[in-house]
Design a protein around this ligand. Structure first.
Ligand SMILES: O=C(O)c1cc(=O)[nH]c(=O)n1[C@@H]1O[C@H](COP(=O)(O)O)[C@@H](O)[C@H]1O
Length: 248
């Protein structure tokens, strides 16, 4: 990495390892060697490669965001969160649409795991607000939630903060409003990141990496702009440059 690219900035870049198996993910990880980014394991990879692959990432020294978006009755989510905390990830998520009791149960599950094993460290518990693929037509007309997407996201963010969560997943368009509503230490994790000129794919609410950083995102989540690039390492370095420029 060049001198302007600090490891602090790399820790704010979460790479979405949306791959069908561990070996495909390892191929990308080898290409990114030496870049101390955060690794995100989502359902496609986790359902195939499981906790063992998460442990492998941890043993390589990566911070890990386990993105399983839990959404179930409080007791089930508490149990799920308890198991995740034992796995030693740095961050995981639940759906804010499960309500404040469900979110508080996730925090309880973590606390019980930590009380039982003092060698564990506390993962950040994050609530998914409105998916970044959702636009106002989907939210208003299909799902039936009235009002603007931003107002709904901020409502969910306040609910998550009240339930004791550490932050939310939202689009970079809402990060500034979330910080205003919930305070600057409440984390904003933003997918829907598209470098200028790259395809939106199924994302609806997007910004460039630099715009996201200057707009209040603590972490940006990037998948296909890196994983589908002809040169993923170069794509990641360019994203880091864009992030760094905006922070100065
Ligand atoms: O929780 C997430 O990470 C998530 C929430 C959301 O609202 N939107 C969203 O895209 N994501 C994840 O972020 C990643 C975005 O990937 P790309 O669209 O390929 O950059 C995927 O792994 C999604 O599962």
């Amino acid at each position: 990495m060049t001198s302007t690219l600090t490891s602090e900035m790399a820790q704010r870049l979460m790479i979405a390892l949306d791959y069908p198996d561990a070996e495909s993910a390892r191929t990308l990880i080898r290409k990114l060697e030496g870049i101390p980014c955060y690794m995100k394991v989502g359902m496609q990879l986790y359902y195939q490669a499981g906790p063992q692959f998460v442990r492998e990432l941890k043993s390589l020294g990566y911070s890990v965001f386990l993105d399983l978006k839990m959404h179930d009755i409080p007791n089930t989510v508490k149990g799920g969160a308890n198991s995740i905390a034992k796995l030693g990830v740095d961050m995981f998520n639940v759906h804010a649409a499960g309500g404040s009791k469900m979110m508080a149960a996730a925090v309880e599950g973590v606390e019980e795991a930590l009380a039982a094993d003092s060698s564990l460290s506390r993962p950040l518990v994050i609530a998914v607000t409105q998916l970044t693929s959702t636009d106002s037509v989907t939210m208003n007309e299909e799902i039936g939630i009235p009002g603007s997407v931003e107002d709904t996201v901020i409502r969910y963010a306040k609910l998550a903060a009240g339930a004791g969560l550490d932050g939310v997943v939202a689009s970079p368009l809402e990060a500034e409003g979330i910080k205003r509503a919930c305070g600057s230490s409440f984390r904003t994790v933003t997918p829907g990141i598209r470098p200028a000129g790259s395809a939106a794919n199924d994302q609806s609410r997007t910004k460039t990496p630099g715009e996201a950083i200057s707009g209040g995102s603590d972490y940006i989540v990037v998948g296909r702009p890196i994983t589908a690039a002809a040169d993923p390492r170069e794509a990641a370095l360019q994203i880091l440059e864009d992030m760094s420029r905006q922070q100065q």
